[in-house]
Design a binder for this molecule. Structure first.
Ligand code: FE2
Ligand code: FE2
Length: 593
């Protein structure tokens, strides 16, 4: 006989809400009826309604975004390489934070096109941060005042808002507060390192900090309400490519030369013959020679002010002319670099090995040049987000990503240089691509970096990867592989914004491409002539050719033609027609990978 097992008795289960909390005890019992589950003690009720929560979230977003732009703009003005790495990381962290905040504001009934500018009083504080005379002061303003006050305001919001109804805001803010805490701790360490235990510097830093705090206190704090800013011109590509020096409220009008550079490509051709081939003394080279004489070595020294007096008939120079480097680096004119690379064959001082022709030495030279050149791309992109505040939101996010990727490329090549027995500063460096591109308007900067330089590097980087792999340097090969993937996205950004600025006009795009090629050729030709002259006329005196612009393909073998990578071009936003043209231009050799 088979024993039947009784069915388990069905017990009436209490009704549960969507989150699983028993309801039968109503408000008296909010905990779970299942013993091991942590009771939910949150109660309804908070300090803000939707409108106030949204208003505050907009302010956090605006302040985060503004600080991100300032960090980008100051990257080129801060000499210490290690500070640049971390600041570049913070630029991207802040971009992501601003994105997360903006997303939540859209859920709190803030329209996408709402005016997000802070009131005049808070704006005054944001602008004062940028009036620092030295990078040290700037870092004090950001990491001892702006970010700590922002973190406090967010932390208050996390605790004070309705924990249930506004839970998405709590979830948005919590990780941002944690990340700000890490940034602030790093910033304090950086400030203390720059003060270096010197009482006078410590006192000056504290005085600047007090000044910033007073301005913010007068405004009423980060989330204060106040006088609305006057209305702005509606956003169009023409408005967006105006730099900060041209926007209403700028302290000094731009010179004709730089106003010209801020117009469209056609206008630029007409009005800038100074950089074309017939020019004997290209102004950008003269400016660089002068700037090199005043190069700074430490963040304790005054940075070039953003507003500079007009220099005679040439008008205003760019506010930042060099990507500053610390005292490990010797930054020299390209001709001087060539001379030193050759002359140093006799120099065997410690840490400065004799340049040779072996693979190890070639790799070290490439890593050193890339370490510097990748930083140039970060510094330029940081200037792009700083100098053009009216460019669309997504542009700033794209530039922030370029900044982070490029400081990482610089960091990767720095680390690999060390792997190969080298050290930063072992070779002279040049003002290079930053010195050249910073002279251009936004359109030409984007064209020359993303649609010429990086585009040209896409195939070369994969070739370098293969060469390093063949030579047994797998670490270097994998590094090139990742860099190429990052660069593909940068070319996409370049395509997106150059086309937007030109209203997607293919004729204007073609004209810009051709004009940029001609300008670049003229500039590079001029540099090559100076280098040739420095090496003794025929250019053969020094076989070790200086890697002036750090082209990644420099280490690649020169015999077989580099195949053009079609998949990368697709990801980078080129049409099939454009890809066919690029393959044709590259010698007809296409690769699918
Ligand atoms: Fe890069
Ligand atoms: Fe890049």
């Amino acid at each position: 006989m088979v024993a039947t097992r009784p069915e388990p008795a069905v017990v009436d289960a209490p009704a549960t809400n969507a989150e699983g909390h028993g309801q039968w005890n109503g408000a008296r019992r909010l905990g779970p009826h299942l013993a091991p589950v942590v009771p939910d003690t949150r109660r309804l009720g908070g300090a803000f309604d939707v409108k106030e929560a949204g208003r505050r979230m907009v302010r956090y977003e605006t302040v985060t975004f503004h600080v991100m732009r300032l960090l980008g703009g100051w990257l080129a003005k801060i000499p210490e390489f290690e500070l640049k790495f971390e600041i570049g990381r913070h630029v991207w962290q802040d971009a992501q934070a601003a994105g997360a905040l903006r997303q939540r504001t859209s859920e709190l009934r803030v329209p996408a096109d709402a005016d997000r500018r802070a009131p005049v009083e808070v704006q005054r504080f944001l602008e004062a941060l940028d009036e620092a005379a030295t990078p040290l002061q700037f870092l004090v303003g950001i990491y001892r005042v702006a970010k700590p006050r922002l973190a406090s305001a967010m932390q208050y919001h996390v605790v004070a808002t309705d924990q249930v109804c506004d839970a998405p805001t709590v979830r948005t803010l919590k990780p941002l507060v944690a990340e700000l805490g890490e940034q602030i701790r790093w910033g304090e360490a950086a400030v203390e390192a720059l003060i270096g235990g010197e009482p006078a510097r410590a006192a000056a830093a504290a005085a600047w900090q007090r000044q910033m705090e007073e301005i913010l206190a007068t405004a009423g704090g980060i989330v204060a309400t106040g006088t609305p800013q006057p209305p702005e011109a509606p956003l169009t590509p023409e408005v967006a490519m105006r730099s900060i020096a041209e926007l209403p409220g700028a302290k000094m009008p731009r010179s004709e030369r730089l106003v010209v550079a801020a117009r469209d490509a056609r206008f630029y051709i007409d009005m800038s013959p100074r950089v074309l081939p017939e020019d004997d003394e290209p102004p950008e080279l003269l400016e660089l020679e002068e700037a090199l004489a005043n190069v700074r070595r430490s963040s304790g020294e005054p940075a070039e002010p953003e507003q500079r007096p007009v220099e005679g008939e040439r008008g205003l120079p760019p506010p930042v002319r060099l990507g500053q480097r610390d005292d490990r680096f010797a930054m020299v004119h390209p001709a001087e670099q060539a001379r030193r690379m050759v002359l140093r064959t006799a120099d065997s001082s410690p840490g400065h090995p004799t340049p040779g022709d072996d693979w190890l030495e070639k790799s070290r030279r490439l890593m050193h040049a890339m370490m510097d050149n990748e930083m140039h791309a970060a510094e330029l992109s940081g200037r792009n987000m700083y100098e053009f505040p009216r460019m669309p939101w997504q542009f700033h996010l794209d530039m922030a990503r370029v900044v982070w990727d490029e400081i990482r490329h610089s960091e990767e090549t720095y680390k690999h240089l060390v792997d190969l027995g080298g050290s930063p500063g072992m070779y002279p460096i040049v003002p290079g691509n930053f010195g050249y591109r910073i002279q251009l308007d936004l359109l030409h900067r984007l064209q020359d970096l993303h649609r010429r330089g990086e585009l040209g590097g896409l195939s070369g980087l994969l070739k370098s990867r293969n060469t390093f792999r063949e030579m047994g340097d797998e670490t270097g090969a994998v590094m090139f592989d990742f860099i190429q993937a990052d660069e593909t996205r940068h070319v996409l950004f370049g395509n997106r914004w150059v086309k937007w600025l030109l209203h997607d006009d293919p004729e204007k795009l073609r004209a810009l491409t051709e004009e940029n090629e001609a300008m670049r050729k003229a500039h590079d030709g001029k540099i090559a002539a100076l280098v040739k002259e420095a090496l003794g006329g025929d250019g053969k005196a020094g076989e070790p050719k200086p890697a002036a612009n750090g082209a990644a393909a420099g280490a690649a073998k020169k015999d077989d033609p580099t195949p053009v990578n079609v998949i990368s071009l697709k990801i980078a936003g080129f049409t099939d027609e454009e890809i066919a043209e690029l393959v044709q231009k590259g010698g007809g050799n296409a690769a699918l990978e």
